[in-house]
Design a protein around this ligand. Structure first.
Ligand code: DON
Length: 305
């Protein structure tokens, strides 16, 4: 793939998007996240040939948060299969905020695996049968870094204050959606959200998604084709929550955001991107990151249509 001027365009994207930081705010409902510096902004691009480009605060570590929901879904689909997973969770965008409880009463099953309720249901399936270490190994493999660990402060903070997530879990437990031990499930969920990464780590994972699930160096298949179809399609339709439709029009890449400030996106057969900026818009997506992705999509011709 010939993509010229990536370095220049990435630098321009940073300058262009830093203007929007003032309009956003760091997440405060997880007290530890409220300590983040809202002015941080950075990004990494990894091409499928393995070339790396970085800008701004790309080296800064942040918690992966909801971006982890794509990896736990891959883990569950690989180890348990789609029948077991989609017996508990749907495949449709919810149109509601990521932490909404409302549809659990009317529809019982969470709309998709990327909203909190859906990811907790998937975490229940995994934590019944596998250890957190088993899951963490997959995160490390996709990110290409063995030193990846949980941020204990964020994990403790989420665990202490995550009462809405507890409500979602107990509601699903009472309706029979979540059959696993509720506190053990939540512990797994809070830990998976609290894994510490930088934008290079997630751009590496994004590049594997762009590269048909193949390892960038060895070419070994890391993710089955049938699983990729599910995970990527859901990123397209549900990855940015109730902002997924507008994001698809403006940016046009499958993506997944997290309240730690990361957004992972990729252009099929070209490259993976991770942008990072803790100032969030009203839907919980990085505001500077969103503008960077829009800029990069336009200037590098990455929109899928
Ligand atoms: O459960 C939560 O609310 C967080 N651990 C994850 C939410 C999240 O990242 C939503 N993303 N934009």
């Amino acid at each position: 793939m010939e993509l010229t001027n990536i370095e220049t365009i990435l630098n321009d994207a940073l300058i262009h998007s830093s203007k929007y930081i003032d309009d956003g705010n760091v997440a405060t409902y997880i007290p530890e996240l409220a300590k983040a510096d809202k002015n941080l902004l950075g990004a990494s691009i990894v091409t499928i040939e393995g070339k790396r480009y970085h800008v701004g605060d790309w080296h800064q570590e942040f918690t992966i948060q909801s971006i982890s929901k794509t990896i736990s879904l891959i883990f569950a689909l690989h180890n348990l299969g789609p029948e077991i997973v989609f017996n508990k969770v749907g495949m449709e965008p919810s149109g509601d905020p990521f932490n909404s409880i409302i549809k659990l009463e009317t529809k019982k099953y969470p709309s998709n695996p990327y909203i909190n309720a859906g990811a907790i249901a998937v975490a229940g399936l995994i934590s019944e049968r596998y250890s957190f270490e088993d899951y963490l190994k997959l995160v490390r493999l996709f990110c290409g870094r063995n030193s990846i660990e949980v941020d204990e402060n964020v994990y403790m903070s989420e665990s202490k204050t995550g009462m809405l997530n507890r409500s979602l879990a107990y509601m699903m437990n009472s309706s029979g959606v979540l059959e696993a031990d509720v506190e053990k499930t939540l512990d797994f969920y809070f830990k998976m959200c609290s894994v510490k990464v930088n934008s290079n780590d997630l751009a590496n994972y994004a590049a594997i998604l762009a590269n048909d699930g193949l390892d960038l160096k060895s070419g070994d298949r890391l993710i089955d084709n049938s699983i990729l179809k599910i995970v990527k399609s859901l990123m397209l339709t549900c990855g940015m929550y109730d902002g997924s439709g507008e994001f698809a029009i403006r940016v046009g890449m499958p993506a997944k955001s997290g309240v730690g400030g990361g957004i992972l996106a990729f252009a099929e057969n070209k490259l993976g991107i991770c942008v990072f900026g803790p100032a969030l818009d009203s839907q919980g997506n990085s505001i500077g990151g969103y503008h960077m992705l829009e800029y990069l999509s336009k200037e590098l011709g990455l929109h899928y249509f």
